[in-house]
Ligand binder design. Structure first.
Ligand code: UDP
Ligand code: MG
Length: 339
């Protein structure tokens, strides 16, 4: 997608940039991450909002040290591990900038790309997403599963997502407000940032290997994440269940006259095997369909419970007013500030 200047606004000037990153057991990377962000944004007015997603290594202490030394570093400590997408949302909730960049804390997303993203923002783009031209240090398995997922997502979902883009994105304040007004529980943020629309632009980059540590996305987490992504952007799987139902019933209706005619003609139908196969097939399809419906019903149940998206254990370097509930439905998502 190319950069199209916004026709609705004059030239943009940056008062404050927010850089948001979720942190889960990244003690070996945090200092380097902070240094790289400061180096890349030298001369810009920025805040670094880091969300401790219930880490159980020394990450929280390392974050404490950073916040102590630099008031631009703001920390939100969640009460437990809520997962990548929710932690990122917590960070976005606490960001005050005119523009916000979200990126991973493991240095797979190079902070040095941010000034180029800002150029696009200055030219009027509301959502600037980074597109991976190369992915270093990722396993073949990860690359293959990502490819399958995006192919499936393309076929099923109603938003167009660049196959090589992740959550490394810059959002203008109005795109961010739109995103934050969407308080759904099963969050697929990269899809949601496309859904909000406005002017979007892509910036190519090379995705580096992790600086230290290991991926936090285990296979079950990846599977859940892809199910969340598809179910929150598509009803197609449900429609597929209906379609299969119709197809199989049609087959049955075709079979009825055939059986009657054969009976009248006195033909012996040995059909035991056929009946068994059909029963198994139908049973399987029915169970799969119930399973698909179950995935959606489960998510509806999660939504109606209306629980907060996350709870905050503590905040550092975050003004009192900002830590208090916002006028958005986001209000319920904030816990009490203990510090
Ligand atoms: N992360 C998080 N909570 C989690 C899992 C991951 O905050 O439950 C953070 C993690 O610290 C990193 C980012 O999300 O900054 C991306 O995670 P990871 O690098 O493990 O994912 P991958 O790059 O392998 O897809
Ligand atoms: Mg990573």
């Amino acid at each position: 997608m190319s950069v199209q200047p916004s026709h609705e606004q004059g030239p943009r000037s940056l008062g404050l940039l927010s850089v948001v990153a979720p942190v889960y057991n990244e003690e070996a990377t945090i200092d380097q991450f902070y240094a790289r962000v400061c180096g890349a944004l030298d001369g810009l007015r920025f805040e670094l909002v880091l969300v401790d997603d219930g880490s159980n290594d020394g990450s929280a202490a390392a974050l404490d040290r950073l916040a102590e030394a630099d008031p631009r570093v703001r920390i939100v400590y969640l009460s437990r591990n809520f997962g990548h997408q929710t932690a990122l949302t917590a960070g976005l909730d606490h960001a005050c900038g005119d523009a916000v960049v979200m990126l991973d804390a493991d240095l797979q997303d190079p902070p040095e790309l941010i000034p180029r993203m800002l150029d696009h923002w200055g030219a009027g783009c509301d959502v600037v997403y980074a597109v991976r031209e190369q992915r270093e240090g990722e396993s073949r398995f990860k690359l293959a599963t990502a490819r399958w997922f995006y192919t499936l997502f393309d076929k099923l979902a109603q938003v167009e997502l660049d196959h090589n883009s992740g959550d490394f994105r810059l959002l203008d304040r109005r795109a961010l407000s739109a995103l934050l007004s969407m308080r759904e529980r099963n969050r697929f943020l990269r899809g949601m940032t496309v859904w909000v629309g406005y002017t979007q632009a892509a910036v190519p980059y090379r995705r580096d290997p992790r600086y230290a540590g290991e991926t936090k996305y285990t296979i079950p987490k990846m599977l859940r994440f892809s199910l969340d992504a598809i179910s929150s952007f598509s009803h197609r799987p449900l429609q597929l269940a209906t379609l299969l139902g119709f197809l199989i019933s049609t087959l049955a209706f075709v079979a009825i006259p055939v059986v009657i005619v054969l009976r009248i003609l006195g033909s012996y139908l040995p059909g035991f095997g056929a009946i068994t196969i059909i029963m198994l097939l139908l049973g399987g399809i029915q169970l799969i369909s119930i399973g698909i419906i179950g995935e959606y019903v489960g998510r509806i149940y999660d939504e109606v419970k209306g629980r907060p998206l996350y709870l905050v254990r503590a905040r550092r370097n975050i003004p009192e007013a900002q830590g208090s509930p916002q006028p958005l439905p986001a209000a319920s998502t904030h816990g009490q500030d203990e510090r």
